[in-house]
Write a protein that binds this ligand. Sequence first.
Ligand code: SF4
Length: 386
Amino acid sequence: VCPTGALTEVDHTPKVIRAIADPKKTVIVQTAPAVRVALGEEFGLKPGTLVTGKMTAALRQLGFDYVFDTDFGADLTIMEEGTEMLTRLGKFLEGDKDVKLPILTSCCPGWVTFFENNYPDMLDVPSTAKSPQQMFGAIAKSYFAEQLGKTREELVVVSVMPCLAKKYECQRDEFKVDGNPDVDFSISTRELAHLIKESNINFAEIAEEDFDRPMGESTGAAVIFGTTGGVIEAAVRTAYELQTGKKLERLDFTELRGLDGIRSATIDFNGLPVNIGIAHGLGNARKLLDSVRAGEVNFHAIEIMACPGGCIGGGGQPLHHGNIAIIKARQEAIYREDAGKPIRKSHENPYIIKLYEEFLGKPMSEKAHHLLHTAYFDRSKKDIFI
Ligand code: SF4
């Protein structure tokens, strides 16, 4: 059951199997950062065991044509969301009365659905940046399709997510072109484990493999999207360097980390204090948003994730029954993966740089806006759940 309390599980696995078997289709899979720190639990491995390479190899054995990483989409999200944050912050500081702060992160569809239903008076506050899943899909079916010489209809994009709300997100009308979705199907971590077992793949023995390029390259900043506090920490790493023109001396913003339900910190942007709020779990999100609405707090940016712990505690993950030790082990694995990455800032991902040079121009360009940004709607009066 989804911890957002909103969704029932719809299994897209049979459709994925049919797509893989269809010789006319090129099937691409993307895997979210939180999946690699939890999938191993379904195969008897300790919570927090990193199985990135085994997962990649298993996906290839399942027959996907390209095994990519949602983390590429997360790096792209930071480029767009970080730029938007700096633009809004700059205008706000210049006294522009039309600019609203705080800017709220928008990569969690459980949270997006929650505020569309409960805070329709605040729809201009969240970032317009699409989630990493949806940015990935939009680029796969435009830029990468062009590279392959294929139409978007010939591609099928599948996501493996820790999340049940992603199944709904990929079916939203805003994320379709002439009825063709940017992401066709989303399966959960548990559903992937089931598929691997049903296919008699020996997960314990399988040799590790790397993601394909270009959309399998990612940074440590993208990996930490998987835990509460990670999206805003990734955004700070990039926004600081873009804003100040200086290299960060430390990349680990430990003041943004932890598992307390509501947290706050002030980060010094070279003399400019930026106030950041973080909430995870929808009860905490409501408390924080109510205090924003009442004008009781003064944040410039807020990260909200619907699930306890963020995506590591998502409804599609191996069941943890609220065991905080399991959540902590997964969180530690996320930070280990980040620390071990050769590149840890989204704006230094060479394939993201190339994507802007060859295709998008610059962050928040007209093309980037068209492909990578969205709008929000008042859904308080109708039942949108599927
Ligand atoms: Fe999905 Fe992550 Fe949001 Fe939970 S926190 S609803 S897993 S995106």
